[in-house]
Each structure stands twice: as C-alpha cells, then as structure tokens.
Design a binder for this molecule. Structure first.
Ligand SMILES: Cc1cc2nc3c(=O)[nH]c(=O)nc-3n(C[C@H](O)[C@H](O)[C@H](O)COP(=O)(O)OP(=O)(O)OC[C@H]3O[C@@H](n4cnc5c(N)ncnc54)[C@H](O)[C@@H]3O)c2cc1C
Ligand SMILES: NC(=O)c1ccc[n+]([C@@H]2O[C@H](COP(=O)([O-])OP(=O)(O)OC[C@H]3O[C@@H](n4cnc5c(N)ncnc54)[C@H](OP(=O)(O)O)[C@@H]3O)[C@@H](O)[C@H]2O)c1
Length: 544
C-alpha cells in the first residue's frame, strides 16, 4: 500500500513533533469534543478525525441514520439524563433547555460547546481513520495514523505521525443480534433498533420487540400507540424507573456524595421502592431476579400506560422463531409481522491491532478503563468506553483531562505492576458488583477517583473552610459535573456560584409563570395587608 504523508516529509513531521506534542483524536462525538478541549487546556496540539460531516456522534440525528454502522438515535429520543447532570463541567446548558433535552437540543448544546471553545478548527471532517500503528521503534511512543477521505471514492490513504492517540470512536459500534433458533425461517421483517426512526410503518401491525434496555422500552411504548399489538420479550424481566420522581424532580438529582457512604441496601431499596411505586412488576409479567442497583434498570415514563392498556404485552425469553412468529420459554406462541431486536451493540476498534486494544472487553486490560496497561509508553488512551447510569459527558471529560495530563507529563501513571494489580482488583470488584457486563459500569466513585488523580476532586474539608454552604451543596446535594471545576487545574471562576444554583437552573425553561406566581402572591399579600390595615383602622375609629 502506498502511503502519502499529505504533503509533508517524514523529517518535517518529526520536527513538528519535537516542537509541540501532537495528539490524534479519533471521532468528534461527546468524547472527541471533550478530548480536543482537554488537549488545548494542557498545551497539546489536537487533530480530530471525524468520518462524518458533523460533530456530535450519535447525537447528530439524521432521517437515514447516517452511513456508518454504529448506533443512531430515533426521532422522538429524549435524553434520559437531566440537563444539569449531563453537561460538561464548565459549560452549562442554556437557560431555555428543559430538564430533559430532546436529542436536537443536546446536539445544539454540543455545537455551542464547539463554538464557545473554538473546537471546530481542529476537526477534519469526512476523514476516517483506517489504521493506527506504533511508529518504528516506538521510542517516544509515536504513532502512525492512516486516514481515508470518506467524501471521495478511491482516494489513497494518508499517513500522519502523532505523539499520542485518544480513541473516541464510541462504544455502540455494531448492532448486536442474537442467533435464535428458526430465525431464518421467520417470514416477517427483522430489524435492529439501530434502524428505527419513527413508528409510522408499524401502524396496525403486530410487532415483537426483544430486549429490556432503554431502546426496547422507548420503541415498544412508541410503536404501541399505533400498532395492533406489541409483544416485549424479556429474558429476565425488568425494573422500570421514571425519569421524574416526586414533584416531577429529575430522578438522577438523587445521586450525591453523601449517599456513597450509605450501605448499598439504602440505594437498592430506594430504587426498588421507586420502581414499584411506578409499576408493580408482578402484575405485568415483568418480574426480574437481578438487583436494579447493581444490574441496572430501564428508564421509561410511558410503557406502563401501554402495558396497562394491553397495547404492549410482556413475554419471557424466546425459545425459537416459527415462520409466522415466535415461541417463548413459557410455551406460548405468537404471530408477528415485524421483529425489532433492541438487543444493544458490540464494541469494535477496526483500526487498531488486537494486541494494542482487543475488541473483546474480556481481553482488554485498561488501567481505570483508559490506559492499556501493557504499553511501553502510555501515549494511547481510550475515552468513553463505559456504561453509566448518569450522563456520559462529565465522565468522558474527566477521562480526557486525565489523558491529556499524562501525555503532557503533568500527571504520572504508576508502574506496570501496580497498574496490573489495580486492574485485576478493579475487574474483580466490578464483576462481583455489577456482573460481567457488556460494558464496564461506572458510578460517582469512578469519576471521583479519576478526579482525585488529577487533583480536581472537591474536598469537603477544604470547601468547609472556604465556603460552608458550598461544601454542604457538594457533599449532600446532587453530584453536579461543575464540582470538578471548583478546585485544581483549570478550575472555573464561575463554578462555585453555578454549583449553588444548578438545582434551581434545572427548571429555568419550564418555570414559565414564576413572575406571574410571585405577582399573584404579592397581590394576595397586598390585599391581605390592606384588609388588615382597614380592620385595624376601623377598630381605632369605632373605639374613638
Ligand atoms: C440510543 C442511545 C441513546 C443514548 N442516550 C443517552 C442519554 O440520554 N444521555 C447520555 O449521557 N448518554 C446517552 N447515550 C450514550 C452515548 O453513547 C453518549 O451520550 C455519547 O454520545 C457517547 O459519545 P462518544 O463520543 O463516546 O461516541 P459517539 O457518539 O458514538 O461518537 C463517536 C464518533 O466517532 C466517529 N468515528 C468512529 N469511528 C471512526 C473512525 N474510524 N474514524 C473517524 N471517525 C470515527 C463517529 O462517526 C462518531 O462521530 C445514548 C446512547 C444511545 C445508543
Ligand atoms: N432515551 C434515552 O436516552 C435512551 C434510549 C435508548 C437507549 N439509550 C442508551 O443507549 C444505550 C444502548 O441501549 P440499548 O437499549 O440499545 O442497549 P442495551 O442497554 O445494551 O440493552 C440491550 C438489551 O437487550 C437484551 N438482550 C441482549 N441479548 C438478548 C437476547 N438474546 N434475548 C433477549 N434479550 C437480549 C439485554 O438483556 P440483559 O440486560 O439481560 O443483557 C438488554 O436488556 C444505553 O446506554 C442506553 O441507556 C438511551
């Protein structure tokens, strides 16, 4: 294969490398944008390669779902993480954003982020990374990155040399489809949730949705509005939680640092109680054996109505497909016109050799889910290969800040033996706690741990001395992303003020009649005061 160096000689490229450390970032989704910003903060020179023509990754909705194979969003998708828990740490959402932004508003937010920090100029759109290899000798840990232009057919690959790599290509890469017995004999249409856009074509049909994740819930609920009937196949039931708790307060605002110190059963029972208040599983065939706290739950606000109206019917695991439909573990059979596999996605890194980063999660050895442990030089970081209950942005942003500091030599990693030891203990802990999952699950402990490594974890005792009310908010209140900008490198001067008001700001777009309410209250108070004054005055007059 002939490789051109895109107009520069190798010597020139090496010379540039010696001047400023150049970092290749693969992908311009949430992770890639956070990575560009983190590189700029630490004085690194980022170049981001994005195979599509727009930023945002899967938040960039298109009616055809884009040309690539990875996950994509459907038209009605609304974030399942509230705005204050899913923003970057130093860039809050606009005040006109509702507590749960639809995908278009989330994408707009990412565009504004790019604009505010001038990130676009570092992105090469329509450029796909096809190969990443260690440069000869790998002396300082340099990499050769091979790219092709996705806008033109048959172009020669380009080779670039970089000091470091941030892999930000996303985790929802390939639709995961299970090979059920008899599937090939099924006469109806089989699709994956990846290609679902709108419910239009399912009108009047009988549809079988497979899966217990958020895609399965959203699609079954939406299709159930107009389909003749929707069957939802669950291999081990499901816990369902609403986005909103009492007073329509976002559920994820319950996540606080104080709760980390409570025994697990407190959170577990709280989640179970909330779920049961929403829908009693036993009455709707949803019984799940696994723990919702560690093994997850579906977030959905509508499916219980569809179940209660019989438009969606829960079914157990499928044993086999028949030409007309499917047979289930309880022996029952159904006929179906359409089957939608909402069975998730598989990870893959087609541009990296498996000895650097295997696509099989079981074979990966990543220190704190970011750095391949066995590399001679730690100049490659994986950003965003996680599964979390909260927003992705704050987590990937911290990973990127950490990676940028390591590349720049500001933060050191422990030696290989220590990292390997940590990795093994951590995997054991995760497997025991969350079960061997398709993706490693992370929570507030994980982000606080990375934040500690780079000196930005909010310290309760330091905050108490500085601003006791802020300390109280940070520890007992919702664990907002902005807390990672209160102290340490690249703290944000507006962070303290924002942290104290983030809870109220959640409702900035929906609290539309606040002025009116105050006005009404004020008017009422005025009327009462006037009445009181009149009564007092008339009493005085009567006495005299
Ligand atoms: C249906 C769905 C709904 C979700 N809803 C939420 C939610 O409500 N809240 C939340 O926080 N998270 C949600 N997530 C999780 C989501 O993964 C993250 O929010 C976030 O989008 C991950 O960003 P990313 O940049 O890591 O990956 P992606 O968004 O997948 O972006 C990866 C980018 O890399 C590019 N790329 C890939 N390979 C190459 C290559 N070889 N060369 C060049 N470019 C490449 C892709 O084109 C893409 O732009 C949802 C996920 C799905 C699938
Ligand atoms: N509104 C939103 O914001 C929204 C909407 C959709 C998706 N998302 C996000 O997008 C990501 C992907 O979600 P997803 O729902 O597409 O995938 P997912 O979370 O990986 O869920 C896949 C589901 O398919 C089930 N499954 C897999 N193989 C199966 C089989 N052979 N038979 C029966 N069931 C099977 C899994 O069951 P097990 O649990 O038993 O493995 C799981 O319930 C998640 O992060 C999710 O939160 C968000």
């Amino acid at each position: 294969m002939h490789l051109n160096l895109c107009g520069t000689t190798y010597a020139q490229t090496v010379e540039t490398l010696m001047e400023q450390k150049r970092v290749a970032i693969i992908g311009a989704g949430v992770s890639g944008l956070a990575a560009i910003k983190a590189c700029l903060e630490e004085g690194l020179e980022p170049t981001c390669f994005e195979q599509s023509e727009e930023i945002g990754g899967l938040w960039h909705y298109t009616d055809d779902g884009g040309q690539q194979h990875g996950a994509s969003m459907y038209k009605s998708l609304i974030s399942n993480v509230s705005r204050e828990m899913s923003c970057f740490s130093d860039f809050p959402f606009n005040t006109d954003t509702p507590p749960y932004p639809p995908h278009s508003q989330f994408h707009h937010y990412l565009q504004q982020y790019c604009h505010r920090f001038d990130l676009r100029k570092f992105i090469r759109f329509k450029t796909q990374v096809v190969k990443v290899q260690q440069a000869e000798g790998f002396v300082e840990g340099e990499w050769n990155v091979h790219t092709v232009d996705t806008g033109t057919d048959g172009t020669e690959p380009c080779q670039h040399v970089f000091h470091a790599i941030m892999v930000c290509s996303g985790v929802y890469h390939r639709p995961h489809m299970s090979l059920f017995a008899g599937l090939k004999t099924f006469q109806g249409t089989v699709t994956h949730s990846r290609s679902y856009r709108t419910p239009d074509r399912f009108q009047g049909k009988t549809v079988l949705v497979i899966g217990a994740g958020n895609s399965a819930g959203d699609i079954a609920a939406e299709v159930g509005l107009t389909a003749s009937k929707v069957y939802l196949s669950l291999r081990d039931g499901v816990w369902i939680l609403p986005r909103l708790t009492h007073g329509a307060r976002p559920l994820d605002l319950s996540v606080s640092r104080a709760l980390l110190h409570a025994p697990d059963f407190v959170s577990r029972n709280y989640i179970k109680m909330l779920s049961r208040t929403h829908i009693n599983q036993a009455n709707y065939g949803l019984h799940r054996t696994k723990d919702p706290y560690t093994h997850g739950f579906m977030v959905n606000d509508e499916i219980h109505y569809r179940l209660a109206s019989g438009k969606v019917v829960a079914k157990p695991d499928i044993t086999e497909f028949t030409p007309a439909g499917a047979r289930f573990a309880d022996g029952s059979c159904i006929d179906a016109d359409e089957v939608i596999f909402a069975t998730g996605y598989d990870v893959s890194f087609p541009f990296l050799d498996s000895d650097i980063l295997p696509s099989s999660l079981q074979d990966q050895e990543l220190y704190k889910l970011v750095f391949p442990v066995r590399m001679k030089k730690h100049t490659l970081a994986v950003i965003g290969q996680i599964r979390n209950r909260g927003g992705a942005s704050p987590v990937v942003e911290l990973q990127a800040r950490w990676a940028a500091q390591v590349f720049q030599g500001i933060t050191q990693l422990p030696d290989q033996d220590m990292m390997l030891g940590y990795f093994r203990r951590d995997r054991q802990y995760r497997d025991a706690r969350f079960g061997p999952n398709k993706l490693p699950v992370v929570d507030l402990r994980y982000t606080d741990d990375i934040a500690r490594d780079i000196g930005v974890k909010p310290s309760f005792w330091r905050l108490v001395l500085w601003d006791p009310s802020l300390a109280f908010h940070t520890y007992f209140g919702p664990a907002f992303p902005v807390h990672y900008r209160l102290m340490g490198r690249h703290s944000w001067s507006g962070a303290a003020a924002y942290a104290k008001t983030a809870l109220i700001k959640t409702y900035s777009a929906t609290c539309t009649n606040r002025v009116q309410t105050r006005h009404n209250v004020n008017s009422l108070m005025t009327v009462l005061l006037v009445c009181l004054m009149v009564a007092v005055l008339s009493g005085i007059v009567m006495k005299s």
